[in-house]
Design a binder for this molecule. Sequence first.
Ligand code: TNX
Length: 507
Amino acid sequence: GRISVVLLAVALLFSCGQDPKMSSAALIPLPDKVSEAEGAFEIDKSTKIHVHQDAGDMRGVADFLAGFINNSTGFNVQVVEKLPETGNYISLSQSGSGEAYKLGIDHDRVQIEAGSAAGAFWAVQTLRQLLPVEIEKPGTYEGVSWKVPAGTIEDDPEYAYRGSMLDVARHFFDVNDVKRYIDLMAMYKFNHLHLHLADDQGWRIEIKSWPKLTQIGGSTEVGGGEGGFYTQEEYKEIVRYAQERFITIVPEIDMPGHTNAALASYPELNCNDEAPELYTGIEVGFSTLCTDKEVTYQFIDDVVRELVEMTPGSYIHIGGDESHVTALEDYIPFIEQVQDIVNSYDKQVIGWDEIAHAALRPSTTAQYWAKAENAKMAVEQGAKVLISPASKAYLDMQYDSTSKLGLHWAAYIELDSAYMWEPTELVEGVGKEDILGVEAPLWTETIEKMDDIEYMVFPRLLGIAEVAWTSPDQRDWESYKSRLRKHTARLEVLKVDYYRSPLLEEK
Ligand code: TNX
């Protein structure tokens, strides 16, 4: 009766003033070690961010954190190089190696120690997920206490390459869409964005020495829409924006197949010297560059040279998939020669797993998407493998038979299926040391706008993030599911149009 009402009121009062707990934070991907302590750190208007004057790249991370905090708290938190004598502060410093970081939180101080600026940036993403979800929303909030639970987190990624791919060829997505995608990837500690820049339906990157590629080849897309392309300035802007978030752009020009847009732009790239019509359907495997013409290799050299000039990352992706109308005896020397072109510009090659039929150069990586025997052949040649199994990691696969977007040739992939798999257990003979990392591609035959992207990608990408970052012995579907249920509140604030899976409903 009355007593229980009073008790409830007291309990509520008490819980409102209580500190948040690390153990109830919805961290994705799950860090290596989390140990919670009593109390909390609270960001207020006098909080400082401390970074040493000789901290190099870490200064940028400190500035990023300040901007992020100020954007939603309305505070004017400053980055300082002198250790503050009063008030609380967040410090960033160098310690350890690689992308590993340590995040220590007590009442007076948040201490980020990382092996690199990238590691510090990932620590900032963890800190972000420990803050109230309102931190994701621009604007000034009165009445939110910006508390972070006390404790210590030690963390280190399982794989060095954690990626996603956007197919901007089947449907074109503009710079703003790509930036939003980059922002969302960064939050889950992804560090590579592979852009599928050319396919049968469109050529999406300006190449100054071959201007018709975009004038003609960029003029349409699946379904006959107007298509589009990135000018070199726009591409550089994407690279720069990604770099600020420790994401490397991996540009792909798919060849010798998936090239109708290029073939339609320049008749000389065809064996019969005749340009085919532009293509707006969704069939695959019908086009090929003419592999025994010299002009083909001049073309590739020019494209690679211009791409390399704007691409600071170490990889150029050459495609190589589904070249069904290229004879194998033509395909093999073609892939070998294209690797040499890319290597001559000091870049490393990634190609879809079919490239393992050719002799792989020492720095080449094969991206496993369909055929286990190809992945095995690559490893037998000493190559590394990037893991993107279509039946687990393809973000264009439908969730179930009621999904309105997407395809299902490889599988239906519900949230549990996208989470419950282990990269080292897919192909016999391909183990941890052979694996460069994990990538989740989004093909866009059925995807037309940013909302569609978000619906297909979220929240599956969070599961892939955990597969790529968290060690297998720490991963557990039940734990992930309960964190994901809470975490969706953050996606709501970010206005991500994610798939409301029945698996997210509390029973
Ligand atoms: C296969 S995956 C393809 C793509 C399609 C995708 C659709 C791969 C290397 N090739 O051309 O877009 O299926 O799921």
